[in-house]
Design a protein around this ligand. Sequence first.
Ligand code: KG4
Ligand code: ZN
Length: 369
Amino acid sequence: MTPSRTDPLSILGIETSCDDTAAAVLHGTKILASVVSSQDEVHSPYGGVVPELASRHHLRNVLPIIDQTLHTAGVQLEQLDGIAVTCGPGLVGSLLVGVSVAKALAAAKDLPLIGVNHLEGHLLAVRLEQEVPFPFLCLLVSGGHTSLYLARDWGNYLLLGGTRDDAAGEAFDKAAKMLGLGYPGGRVIDRLAQRGDPAAVRFPRARLKPVLSRVAGPALSTACLEPFDCAQGKLRRRIAGTGKYGFSFSGLKTALRQFLQTQGRTTFCDEDIAAGYQEAVVDMLVEPTLRAARELGLERVVVSGGVSANSRLRQRMIAEGEQCGLRVFVPSLKLCTDNAAMIAFAGTWRLACGQRASLALNASATLRL
Ligand code: KG4
Ligand code: ZN
């Protein structure tokens, strides 16, 4: 797709895929306003997101958040060029709130509507702040996803591998729950770990066998250099299914549970446990990512999604990437975790290319990128 419009567009973005209600107004790449209303306090007592509570809170919050965003941006709905809304993947009840509101506003004001894949929002977020030319490798690490994508161009992404079980963010959230630290766990563990010794407790690292790697290796590297046609679904599935760049975090979670049952907090302080656990997660993310970038001959790596806010991951990815001649790009903290600016940004490009969603747009919990 090629953009037919090159003038800066004013877009309202709406994001309700999980537990944050977010709206943003973008003019070109300038963020005029971006508001995120967190539901952390609602879900914290349960140690994870309760879907029914999440959708009810989105219902209550979404219109006031949109009003506040438009007010801060100094923009009226009539002045917008379009409305972009996350239509998947995510919790279906939560997604439906955003999609329904976006459709109602688009219909009432006769504005173009664009459905955005949440993962594309994360993948492109860094480009709101920095020039990152295609192609690049993207490690997308959030509460629900841990995947490696080859971003070849706008809208042209190849899934290279992903987690076999838990996502990295989930691994942090479940560890925090076991330690009684509340939800979401990533930020709390990050903060605790800064005062701990990452070598005090050594947790096991999952090293996945590169299943079919001899087949996938050459197929992958040659396939990646050729223009990718999204219709080549078979190739995409074959490569993603090889596990050449897979991740796994469920063993680590079990190791923490056993550790807490046997030695636990009597021998080691929470700071050391958090630092050791975080180090294991970071090791399991950094190594396959940098290896993939080297094997594919890429020069740039983007880390995105909520877990890319992790201070240790940011620090090690940039330092170790540099050692192998790679440039690593990470968005600023406000663009790592869920926000609507990234949704408006992905929608801007699609709108400029003439894409429109009809009022039949629906939420899809399992939408693929
Ligand atoms: O992208 P995101 O906001 O929502 C999803 O799309 O899932 O990611 C949320 C995840 C949560 O699991 C949270 O614990 C994790 O990102 N997270 C972090 C940090 N900040 C948020 N994980 C590690 N360190 C952090 N500083
Ligand atoms: Zn997300």
